[in-house]
Design a protein around this ligand. Sequence first.
Ligand code: NAD
Length: 382
Amino acid sequence: MTRLAGAQEEGRVEDAFRFADELGPLMIVHIHRPSLGLKAVVAIDNTACGPSVGGVRMAPDVSTEEAFRLARAMTLKNAAAGLPHGGGKSVIFGDPRMPRAQKERLIRGFAAAIRDLADYIPGPDMGTDETAMAWIKDETGRSVGLPRELGGIPLDEIGATGFGLAEAVDVAVGQIGLSLKGARVAVQGFGSVGIHAARYLGKKGTILVAASDTQATIVDTDGLDIEALSALKAAGRSVKEYPRGRVLDRDAVIDMPCDIWIPAARPDVITAENVARLDTRIVAQGANIPCTPEAERALAVRGILVLPDFIANAGGVICAATEYQQGTQSQAFAAIEEKIRANTMAVLADAKRSGTLPREAAVSLAVGRIRRAMQTRRWDSR
Ligand code: NAD
């Protein structure tokens, strides 16, 4: 059954069906509570594999389209990871730095409005955190990414996504005859994902030669001290305050010769205009959609191996799904390692066999699983 709500946003009536294809979306729900100043959109894309899981993003400039695109990305990511979950996402219009009491009121109001949307399980995303998930759980009885006291596995603290990324890279290097011992790593966006990816790869013998944040790139070809750099970031400072190495401008990280380049900041950072600047053998996508389709094709032409985002950065959602099943932290790590290694191997083998891009092989893997799941569902199979 497809249920789509009519949409009114910024005074504009939208045609919600413009996103529709054979997979979804199943529902797009617009929420408006004027007394709370609450405007939000929930996109439930596909639930053939199970109730949808996806983050709650809070930002002043979110949109219905963003909610849908992110929900679709979760459909593919969750199916590729073999999780019993479909894809969903929600966006709340607002500045996430608003006073705490106001934010709690808004998020609790949002949670009350989605109480009966049982096919959507909220998780943290930009502008929301584990405390926000605790408020949502309190109102609805369901959310992931909870504080430890409520049975949560703090995925950013343990570095679930960075750990998975390092496992994907470990599989990929075997395909191109690169050894991790002494391999040079550059990270764009030294935040939660970037720091942990550098840390877990470092345990496998790599050297971090460059790291960037919104203010600068820090470079040391002899190797940056990951713990010292992450202590700086934890103190709210910039990589440019690192006491050794060379400080360059923010985007200089793109030009840094390395073996493994990790985008872990924003979408669309590598485009047709700057892709030729990359001097690496592997691009391991920590961020979601960091390369445009043209840039990904250009990298393939140059023989640079791209590990697609929704395969390589699925560690966070695998951890969240383990938490939802009341699993433990060590079960989460085991599931991330097993699933990401298997998927990376399958995707790279299929791409090689069929001469397609790894992303195309990954989409085909995920969509194949969703289609098979849809055949088992009464309302999705016809
Ligand atoms: P974060 O906020 O902890 O870290 C982001 C880092 O990127 C910060 O250090 C910030 O200074 C830096 N940054 C922002 N814009 C930049 C730019 N233009 N150039 C260089 N650095 C820049 O966020 P995170 O949780 O590490 O997430 C990073 C990306 O990975 C996001 O795109 C997110 O959607 C994606 N992602 C995160 C997870 C997760 O588990 N946290 C899972 C999957 C995907």
